[in-house]
Design a protein around this ligand. Structure first.
Ligand code: NAD
Length: 493
């Protein structure tokens, strides 16, 4: 039987950009090396695109938009192409999942289900939605007819991170393409391979050349050239809060392009003593922080447990931690894989050190693992006796590190939960319906979970309050980002 290792040995990754329907190297001929975090193997060379390539790709996207080769198709025609795109993503699912795992380090089991499955579902959903969305007629006096119609904004740039490369790309490109825009996508330099392959698959599905272009490269080169470009109408960004602020500045400094940001988080998970199912709360707290090696924007990295149940909670939590020990990402049974690269590994280890020296109590993990592989792995790590002033309670770590804090009344937990610049997700566990509603109202976060943490569906908006960003990905609300509202007044009689 062919194993994932056999298939991995045969992979020949193509790191060339995808512009106007063709694979090309950067104009400058510059390239960078792409190493796999699972064992340090070289996957290949990647085009190091910069401003010159951005100019070419934006011109191709603009030409495609202006001649209406895609925008001019009926919603039903666009639907057919996007549904076909989703079907082909599934047809090539094994290849895409393998590339995702090799490039980014996540377990192959999740690359297949969460990443390929989630991205295909997202593309299909926006395709299917677009011919069911109606425009409006305003209730104006009889002498006029006022039409309120949605139009694509034009050329959309999408700049995305490495933690869910296909999924984050599809949350941007699917609504943008469904609405009729042309897109230039810049994947992270740490994980460019699947986005490039997606562009080829979209072409095979019938998307006209020039409508979807993918430029790999560094943020400060290709990314900033897109954010500053005078002919990009809108930028959809997912990444850190630090870079999100720069994106908004660059949008303002150039042509005031619409700038939408999905940024970092430091989500609070509040478990009250009257939690209806302690085992479920423990499983969610541990499973959600260690999922994707802790590299999830909405990871519940601050766990607030009511003092009276904390000992019992931690006992159960510690029993679960060993099942998240990192293992071979190409083994179907693995649930925790590799950290994306050496830089991120050092960041995570630096935070673990800050936890130790800052006075928190290390209950589990804290060390690198599997160093003999040449890859980057960190043990699932749990700190107790954390207080809100400590670095590990304030800053986004983006690794498998959980900080446990305690509280005596839920108002105090909410106050501490809100005392962060972030506002992405939060959760409360209680049997008291009024307490659940009051707490979820008081929490300043784009999503609040009650008695669970894994609620997730393409039909539901995803995004942040405060410095976790603006606008929403997923759901029909995402169309707000990639369309303009046009009012047309028509005189009658
Ligand atoms: P990052 O901000 O370093 O990079 C994100 C993207 O921006 C990459 O493609 C990068 O090349 C590009 N970039 C970097 N500097 C740039 C610049 N000066 N100009 C233009 N582009 C630039 O983030 P990351 O490390 O790739 O991803 C992790 C972050 O993403 C975390 O903070 C995480 O919380 C966040 N994230 C948020 C969501 C969400 O939906 N809110 C989802 C996933 C990840």
């Amino acid at each position: 039987m062919t194993t994932w290792h056999d298939k991995a040995a045969a992979v020949q990754a193509d790191g060339r950009a995808f512009i106007n329907g063709e694979r090309v190297w950067a104009k400058s001929e510059q390239q960078f090396e792409n190493l796999s975090p699972i064992d340090g193997r070289k996957l290949g060379m990647v085009a190091r695109c910069d401003g010159a390539d951005v100019d070419i790709a934006v011109a191709a996207a603009r030409a495609a938009f202006e001649d209406r080769r895609w925008a001019g198709k009926s919603p039903a025609q666009r639907k057919r192409v996007l549904v076909r795109f989703a079907e082909l993503m599934q047809k090539y699912g094994a290849e895409l999942a393998l590339l995702e795992t090799l490039d980014m380090g996540k377990p192959i089991k999740y690359s297949q289900t969460v990443d390929v499955g989630g991205a295909a579902n997202c593309i299909r959903w926006y395709g299917e939605a677009i011919d069911k969305v109606y425009d409006e007629i305003a209730p104006t006096p009889d002498s006029n007819l006022a039409l309120i119609t949605r139009e694509p904004v034009g050329v959309v740039a999408a700049v995305v991170p490495w933690n869910y490369p296909m999924l984050m790309a599809s949350w941007k490109i699917a609504p943008a393409l469904a609405a009729g825009n042309s897109v230039v996508l810049k994947p992270s330099e740490k994980s460019p391979l699947t986005a490039l392959r997606m562009a080829e698959i979209a072409l095979e599905a019938g998307l006209p050349p020039g409508v979807f272009n993918v430029l790999p490269g560094y943020g400060a080169e290709a990314g900033s050239a897109l954010a500053l470009h005078m002919d990009v109408d809108c930028i959809g960004f997912t990444g850190s809060t630090r870079v999100g602020k720069q994106i908004m500045q660059m949008a303002g400094q150039s042509n005031l392009k619409r700038a939408w940001t999905e940024l970092g988080g430091k989500s609070a998970n509040i478990v009250c003593a009257d939690c209806p199912n302690l085992d479920a709360a423990v499983e969610a707290a541990i499973g959600s922080i260690f999922f994707n090696q802790g590299e999830s924007c909405n990871a519940p990295s601050r766990l607030f447990v009511e003092e009276s149940i904390k000992e019992r909670f931690l006992e159960k939590a510690l029993a679960l931690v060993p099942s998240y020990q990192p293992a071979d990402p190409l083994d179907e049974n693995t649930v925790m894989g590799a950290i994306v690269d050496a830089t991120q590994l050092n960041t995570v280890m630096g935070y673990i050190e800050a936890g130790r020296t800052g006075g928190a109590r290390l209950l589990a993990g804290g060390k690198q693992a599997r160093t003999e592989t040449g890859g980057y792995y960190v043990e699932p790590t749990l700190f107790d006796q954390v207080d809100s002033s400590m670095t590990i309670a304030r800053e986004e770590i983006f690794g498998p590190v959980l900080s446990v804090l305690s509280f005596t009344d839920v108002q105090d937990a909410v106050r501490q939960a809100n005392a962060t610049p972030y506002g992405l997700h939060a959760a409360v566990w209680t049997s008291d319906l009024s307490k659940a509603i009051q707490t979820s109202r008081a929490l300043r976060a784009g999503t609040v979970h009650v008695n669970q943490y894994d609620g997730d569906d393409i039909t539901v908006p995803f995004g942040g309050y405060k410095q976790s960003g603006n606008g929403r990905d997923k759901s029909l609300h995402a169309f707000d980002k990639y369309t303009e509202l046009k009012t047309t007044w028509i005189q009658i009689g």
